[in-house]
Design a protein around this ligand. Structure first.
Ligand code: 5GP
Length: 113
C-alpha cells in the first residue's frame, strides 16, 4: 500500500515546501490554494482523521491551533481574519487520510460560504 502523501512530505527533511517544522507538526502551502493564503498544518504522527483521536491527542490538537495562529501572524492576517477548517470523512470531502488543519485567508472569504 502506498504511503500517504503527507507522510512522504513529513519524512523528506529536505523538502523545500515545508515552511515550518517543529517536533510535532509541519506546515506546507496547499498545492491547490483556495485563497491567497492556504496553509496546511500537519501532525508528524499520522492520525488518519478526527475519527481516530481521543483524550490522548488533546496536546497535539491544541498545538495545531497554536501553530496555526503563529503562521497567521507571520502571514500578517491575524487581524484581517482567517478560517481554520478540518475535513472529517467523505461527506466533508476529506482527500488525504492524514489529519490536518487548513489555514485559509489573505482575502475576504465571505463569498466562499
Ligand atoms: P482535505 O480535503 O483532505 O481536507 O485536504 C487535503 C488538501 O491537501 C487539499 O486542499 C489538497 O489540495 C492538498 N494536497 C494534496 N496533495 C498535496 C501535495 O502533494 N502537496 C501539497 N502541498 N498539498 C496537497
Amino acid at each position: 500500500m502506498a504511503e500517504c502523501v503527507f507522510c512522504t512530505i513529513v519524512r523528506d527533511t529536505t523538502n523545500e515546501n515545508i515552511i515550518y517544522k517543529d517536533d510535532k507538526v509541519i506546515v506546507i502551502k496547499d498545492i491547490k490554494p483556495q485563497a491567497k493564503v492556504h496553509l496546511l498544518i500537519i501532525p508528524i504522527m499520522c492520525l488518519k482523521s478526527l475519527a481516530y483521536i481521543g483524550p490522548g491527542q488533546i496536546p497535539i490538537m491544541g498545538h495545531l491551533f497554536v501553530v496555526a495562529e503563529e503562521m497567521a501572524r507571520r502571514e500578517g492576517i491575524t487581524n484581517s481574519g482567517y478560517r481554520l477548517a478540518m475535513n472529517q470523512g467523505e461527506d466533508a470531502g476529506q482527500q488525504v487520510a492524514h489529519l490536518h488543519l487548513h489555514l485559509i485567508g489573505g482575502q475576504s472569504l465571505a463569498a466562499m460560504g
